[in-house]
Design a protein around this ligand. Structure first.
Ligand SMILES: NC(=O)c1ccc[n+]([C@@H]2O[C@H](COP(=O)([O-])OP(=O)(O)OC[C@H]3O[C@@H](n4cnc5c(N)ncnc54)[C@H](OP(=O)(O)O)[C@@H]3O)[C@@H](O)[C@H]2O)c1
Length: 369
């Protein structure tokens, strides 16, 4: 039986794609969309019911009003809904596009983005805890390489995030097919590395020195030595539509993990923030168990070390116990000099204050350009 209840908190661009894929792939799943904006929820739910009916599928989808800034009320609702799987699809409005422009050209990484993710992600986890549902399968979409270990450093349990490093795996398989002619289904890649590598490999075809570990198998035989990685990564630089237009990749990550969890398949994939670990890992997804499936010769400690080193390329120097985020000198100096944002580290009490300040300073900087 797979009549599980999936609660999607937040009805934005990614969760809309998740709903579209999940209703088609797992029609027995009951989906509840919890959101602030009921008008938008009604429109989406009706669209899904009509479009699935056209395909002969009877979808089980409903909506619920929820604002996770109001933790007490949201927790009462969440407890009543009693979901098996809870997905954080929320994010605050923020000047994403301007940020891309200001960071990529300067090779700074993405670290300060965490200020636009962590405040709401923390409210999400506080809500889950207040509802007494921390034993459910919990997925966080928000920058999981960094957000999940921060939440873990505050003793919150979170199962996994999605995407990021998983987005270079199909690119690498396509590159291998181009070089060797192998069928994609015969290739298995086990890759350890963080969010920075997704951006640098996918969009500039190189690692810029960011550490990783990788094993390539063809028909289950190790063929890693047959490849020149610089050449492989160059071939991974494939154009996709920018920003939210490519969010169906993230939705696919999420639906694949939900489906594997429900059916207990041991599906092999990659994800960031697995069990609150920093960076990204290859893993198998079972019900109630996410099991790392690392390259031969790489221990869990090695993988964590590689990922911690990778976070620095993304602008995160370290995450300290109790949710203290320390930014790298490079990103700290850049933001201080260019937009007068003076923030070397941030504690949970200041997450929302610093988020607001960063938004204001970025918005002002965009106006100057
Ligand atoms: N890992 C990956 O590969 C990957 C890829 C893409 C995106 N993402 C992440 O996925 C997340 C969602 O992205 P998106 O593009 O879908 O964002 P989006 O379109 O801006 O949607 C965010 C949603 O969050 C809701 N929200 C904000 N505050 C809330 C609150 N207090 N209570 C309840 N809902 C609230 C918003 O609701 P309202 O409509 O009421 O404002 C909005 O619907 C982001 O964290 C993004 O970084 C990850």
């Amino acid at each position: 039986m797979n009549d599980k209840v999936v609660l999607l908190v937040g009805l934005g661009n990614v969760s809309k794609h998740i709903i579209d894929f999940l209703t088609r792939m797992e029609p027995n799943v009951k989906i509840i969309v919890a959101t602030r904006n009921i008008e938008k929820a009604i429109e989406k739910v009706n669209e899904v019911k009509i479009s699935t009916a056209i395909l002969g599928i009877s979808s089980n989808i409903s909506y619920y009003q929820m604002d996770i800034n109001n933790i007490e009320d949201a927790a009462k609702s969440m407890k009543k809904l009693d979901p098996d799987i809870i997905v954080n699809c929320t994010v605050n409005n923020n000047p994403h596009k301007a940020l891309n422009h200001l960071t990529f050209s300067n090779d700074l990484g993405y670290g300060h983005f965490v200020l636009w993710q962590i405040g709401l992600a923390l409210n999400f986890m506080k809500t889950v805890r207040a509802a007494g549902l921390e034993d459910r399968f919990i997925i966080n979409l928000s920058y999981g390489d960094v957000v999940n270990p921060i939440l873990k450093s505050m003793d919150y349990h979170i199962d996994t995030a999605i995407g990021n490093i998983n987005h270079i795996i199909p690119r690498m398989k396509m590159a291998i097919k181009k070089i060797k002619g192998y069928e994609l289904s015969d290739i298995k890649i086990k890759f350890v590395g963080g969010h920075y590598l997704d951006l640098s490999i996918s969009y500039s075809g190189q690692t810029n020195g960011c550490p990783y570990a990788c094993q390539i198998l063809y028909k289950n035989i190790d063929v890693t030595e047959d490849f020149e990685f610089d050449q492989l990564f160059k071939l991974c630089n494939l154009k996709v539509a920018p920003g939210k237009e490519h969010n169906q990749m993230a939705a696919s990550d999420c639906v694949a993990i939900i489906s594997a969890y429900i059916h207990n398949t041991g599906f092999f994939t990659h994800a960031p923030g697995v069990n609150g670990l920093p960076g990204g890992y290859p893993l198998k997804v079972y019900k109630h168990k996410l099991s790392l499936d690392l390259p031969d010769g790489i221990t869990k400690e090695d993988a964590i070390y590689i990922n911690q080193a990778g976070l620095k390329y993304d602008g995160i120097e370290k995450i300290e116990k109790g949710g203290v985020i320390v930014f790298s000198d490079k990103i700290y100096e850049y933001l201080k000099t260019n937009i007068s944002f003076d923030c070397k580290y941030v504690t949970p009490d200041d997450y929302l204050i610093k988020e607001q300040e960063l938004t204001e300073k970025f918005t002002k900087a965009i106006g100057r350009q």
